[in-house]
Write a protein that binds this ligand. Structure first.
Ligand SMILES: *Cc1c(COP(=O)(O)O)cnc(C)c1O
Length: 402
């Protein structure tokens, strides 16, 4: 079925520097032009007819395809070892259009517990209203997922690891099981990026990304990606992609192509610094618990080593404190970690779960208020540790590492 099975897989060296770039067709520019056009002309009625039939891969109208976006599509598909990809104007749109063609009224789906906020809203708000039922299960054990299957289960949505507490799913076991049951599998692979985890190799059908995070990597574009077989991507293209109109602009696609040039450098840098900081903090008396899949203390450390080549810059900890005020003072003492949502850019960030507490009209989260997520950007270990030491001192926590 897969033509990519017959071709040697290009390395990321090839993909990020050359693949999809036909330099001879634009004056041998190294950097591709931005095809800032909504529309394309045809040379004849025959040309028009042919291109309308093959709109997904021809140049008809930019809501469907565009030469600059097309370069990015080819690179992202190759990075995920997929046959094709679509680029969307947000990660949330990518999640939605990946699910919609494969579900109808009366169907059942399974999703892992605690998915990304807007994935949960899509399933629990929109899809439920359309008569699609979902069970949210703890995906740490494949048995939980298998047990949740019903006669009308059509789709399984995974997020491994998720982006706050980093629980993993065993992709090989679950992927093979779902295939044997005829259930379509989708994974949100934003945490690991295609450099550190390729779920298609384990039999997962569709991979979605928030490209806003590592893939763009410069905190200046919101975008998403869906990768999969030519057949599945065609289904997504014809209906939700074209009807909802969630394409990315050519200019933003160009920025992501530029961001991708340095993806391996950025990911490795964030990973190396994060693991050093996690190791230090795991021995710090001010830290009750730390979560990072490639740290020996992670409950699924073995699985993380098996299916992920790296982790990147996200880690979460619980502070050893008794009051919310101490959490606030700790976070406010940080100056080099900016208080923000999102992650994957050049700059380090801190997201305190405390910010989700005490919101009018909303229930408090199930996560503890002393939990804090950090994102380690491209700064050095010493520079970031100085800031963390300062914050521990601000709340009077002993500053020596055990
Ligand atoms: C950010 C994020 C999304 C949504 O992506 P946007 O680009 O913000 O729309 C989806 N899944 C995960 C895991 C994310 O972190």
């Amino acid at each position: 079925m897969s033509h990519s099975q017959n071709k040697p897989t290009p390395s990321w060296n090839e993909i990020l520097n050359h693949l999809g770039e036909d330099r001879a067709s634009y004056d041998f520019s190294i950097s591709p032009p931005i095809s800032q056009t909504s529309n394309f002309m045809f040379t004849s009625i025959e040309d028009l007819r042919h291109k309308l039939i093959h709109e997904q891969h021809e140049h008809v109208y930019t809501r469907g395809n565009n030469p600059t976006v097309e370069i990015l599509r080819k690179k992202i598909a190759a990075l995920e070892k997929a046959e094709d990809a679509l680029i969307t104007s947000s990660g949330a749109a990518a999640v939605a259009i990946a699910m919609i063609p494969f579900l109808a009224q009366g169907d059942h789906m399974i999703c892992v517990q605690k998915p990304y906020t807007w994935t949960f809203q899509l399933i629990d708000g929109l899809l439920r209203k359309w008569g699609i039922e979902c069970d949210f299960v703890d995906g740490t054990y494949p048995e939980n997922i298998k047990k949740a299957k019903k006669a009308n289960t059509k789709l399984l949505f995974l997020e491994s690891p998720n982006s706050l507490t980093f629980e993993l799913q065993d992709l090989e076991t679950i992927g093979q099981w779902a295939k044997s049951e005829g259930i379509l599998t989708i994974i949100d692979n934003s945490y690991a990026s295609p450099l550190f985890q390729n779920p298609i190799e384990y039999g997962i059908d569709l991979v979605v990304h928030s490209g806003t995070k590592y893939l763009n990597g410069h905190s200046d574009v919101v975008c998403g990606m869906v990768c999969g077989s030519a057949d599945n991507i065609s289904k997504i293209f014809r209906s939700p992609f074209m009807t909802l109109g969630c394409n990315l602009s050519p200019h933003d696609a160009w920025l992501i192509i530029r961001g991708l040039r340095t993806l391996p450098l950025r990911m490795q840098r964030s990973h190396d610094t994060a693991i050093q900081i996690v190791d230090t903090l795991s021995r710090h008396p001010g830290v009750r618990r730390i979560i990072y899949p490639h740290h020996v203390s992670h409950l699924q450390y073995g699985l993380a080593l098996k299916q992920m080549k790296g982790c990147g810059g996200l880690f979460t900890l619980e502070l050893e404190v008794n009051t919310k005020d101490e959490v606030r003072d700790f976070v406010h003492a940080l100056q080099r970690f900016l208080i923000a949502v999102s992650w994957g850019g050049h700059e380090s960030l801190v997201f305190p779960v405390l910010g989700l507490y005490d919101r009018p009209g909303l229930p408090d989260p199930v996560l503890p208020w002393n939990m804090i997520r950090f994102y380690v950007g491209l700064e050095s270990y010493d520079y970031l540790m100085e800031d963390l030491h300062k914050a521990f001192r601000a709340i009077g926590l002993q500053d020596e590492v055990r």
